[in-house]
Structure formats: C-alpha cells, structure tokens
Design a protein. Structure first.
Length: 332
C-alpha cells in the first residue's frame, strides 16, 4: 500500500511550525504550498522560511515546496490548511471539488471565511462537498512561536472520525507536544474564532490603560459569552472549561505573541484600523472574524455584548474609550 503524504497549505507561522513537526515526526513526504515562488525556492535551498520563524530548520530532503496549490493537493493525501481565513477562498479559486475527492482535510485556521460567513469545516463541506468524516480540526491552546521553540504545548484534535483524530494526533505527539481528542469540530472552530475577537477586546482595554484586575473580569465574562454563543451553534456536549475553549482564550488574550491582542492594544492607544494593520504587517484574524460573527449572530440571537462592542469600534468607528466604558458597566 502506498504511503500517505501530508500537504501543508500556507506560508505563515503556523504552517512553518507544522512543517517542522510533521517533517521530524512522521517519516512521511511533506508537500508544502507557499504563495510566493521565491519563498518556495529559498525554503528548498536553505531549509528555513525567510519570512516566518526563520530560525526553524527543516530536513530539506523531506519537504517538497511549491507555489502551485494544485500540485501540492495532487501530491498529498492529507491536506492541512494553515492560511488566514480571509485568504482561503481566493487561494482555492482554481481548485475544484474533484481535486479534493478522497482527500482528508485538516483545518488549522482560526477564522471565518468572510465571503461566506462559514467556519472552515462548513466551507469545505458546502463548497467542495467534502464529507464530515474526512474533516478534522487542529486547535490550541498554543502559539506557533512557542511550538517552534519546542516549549511544552497542548493541541486539540477534533473530528467526528475517531480514526482520523488518532492518526493526526499520532503525527503531532512528540517530546514537546501533547494532544487532546474531541468530536466537537464546530465548537472548536467557533471557539477559535471568538477567542481572537476577545483578545482584540483585551488589547483595547490594555491600550486604554485598564489593569490586570479588570482584565480578569473581562476574560471571565468572555468565556461566559463564548458559552452562550456555542450553545446556539453546537449540539455536541462539551465543557467550556476545557483547553480548546478556555485555554485557547487565555493564551490568546494574555500572550506576548498574540497578534490579536497586539492589534487591539494599538486600537486602544489611538491607532486607526488601517494604520494598526500596516504597522503590524501581519494578519489579526479577530478583525475579520468580528464582522462575520456579528453578522452570523443576527440570526442566532446570542447575548454577546463584547463582540458587539468590538464590532462597533472596528467597523463603525466608535470611540474605543466610550465603547469600552459602556461595556465595562455590563460586565460582572
């Protein structure tokens, strides 16, 4: 029987960290898609990504790198998507449902596809007719930067297909990675989206000068709000205190590596959205996710005042100081 192969779609920090783990741990062929051919050539020549986590070295003879997404998909059995949600649909514009037949899709994306207001699992099911049992999710709590530094981290692998979860878990487990299995793909993905929005809110409060005492209250209310939203979207029993939910929220809201907290902090200090994005030169998923979750919730009707406040600041240009003062009066 032919050995399976792993395709990684994306050229950022998470894709780089996953390429390191898979190339070191699995013994399988790794096919890696990056958008820019010059970057692909650099990785193949020098064994590291020049743009993200550049200190991470790869086994050059184990990884095939290409700027052709069709070629990487064709060569791979398992496809791990680690690309910002805002760019997913455009990146797949030349890919058909037939191209993804008999492929397993693993989503390591913490966002909503803005053109469709769909979490990645639903996007692949609706747009490419991928079966639910062929889809899995990799979520936190962890940052790619700490994975690259080989600091002990925990990953949650979610799928309705236990065999798929176990397979991905076996490939990821190593000296510095522990894994937890789940069947709640929808909850894991929505939680991954919401925690980015809450991290933006946490950053805004920090930028406005609120202290750690208040931040603790904010995060407590954020996890309650997450639970209210998830109760509208998931029919699977889950515990919001598990690592995939509360843990991922905590690390994103507090960590120095959190792009979403950094983005929010800049907004709180008076930067415009555009100027904050330009200065960061990285994608803060919470910005795009906030609009999508706000729109999705128009139908769901969950009580999510934090998301509402962050939306008004980012998209209606309301004053961060006024909005967050009003929000603080609703927290308990």
């Amino acid at each position: 029987m032919e050995k399976p192969s792993i395709g990684i779609i994306g050229g950022g920090s998470w894709a780089t960290a996953l390429a390191k783990i898979f190339s070191q741990q699995t013994g399988l062929s790794i096919n890696w898609w990056v958008r820019n051919q010059e970057v692909a050539n650099h990785i193949e020549s020098f064994g590291h990504n020049p743009n993200y986590l550049s200190s991470v070295q790869f086994e050059k003879n184990r990884i095939y790198v290409s700027s052709s997404i069709q070629e990487v998909i064709k060569r791979s059995t398992y496809l791990v998507f680690a690309i910002p949600a805002a760019f997913l649909q455009k990146s797949l514009s030349g890919v058909s449902s037939r191209d993804l037949e008999n492929k397993f899709i693993i989503c390591a994306i913490k966002g909503v596809i803005p053109e469709k207001n769909l979490i990645p699992c639903h996007f692949f099911q609706n747009e490419f007719k991928v079966g639910q049992d062929a889809i899995g999710v990799i979520t936190g709590p962890c940052h790619a930067e700490e994975v690259a530094l080989e600091k002990l981290s925990f990953l949650t692998i979610a799928s309705s297909n236990q065999k798929l979860s176990l397979q991905v878990s076996d490939w990821l487990k190593c000296r510095y990675i522990r894994t937890v299995l789940s069947t709640d793909t929808d909850g894991a993905e929505y939680a991954g989206v919401l925690k980015n929005i809450y991290a933006v809110g946490s950053g805004i409060f920090h930028g406005l000068g609120y202290g750690d005492n208040f931040q603790a209250v904010f995060i407590t209310n954020a996890i309650r709000e997450m639970e209210r939203f998830l109760s509208k979207t998931s029919t699977i029993t889950y515990d919001v205190k598990e690592s995939a939910y509360l843990g991922d929220l905590l690390v994103t809201a507090y960590s120095q590596f959190s792009r979403n907290r950094t983005f929010g902090n800049m907004i709180g200090k008076g930067y415009s959205v555009k100027s904050a994005q330009i200065e960061m030169n990285m994608i803060a998923e919470g910005f795009y996710a906030c609009k999508s979750i706000y729109q999705i919730n128009q139908q769901l009707g969950a009580d999510i005042p934090i998301v509402d406040a962050v939306y008004r600041i980012l998209y209606e240009r309301m004053s961060p100081a006024i909005e967050m003062k009003l929000l603080s009066s609703k927290l308990s």
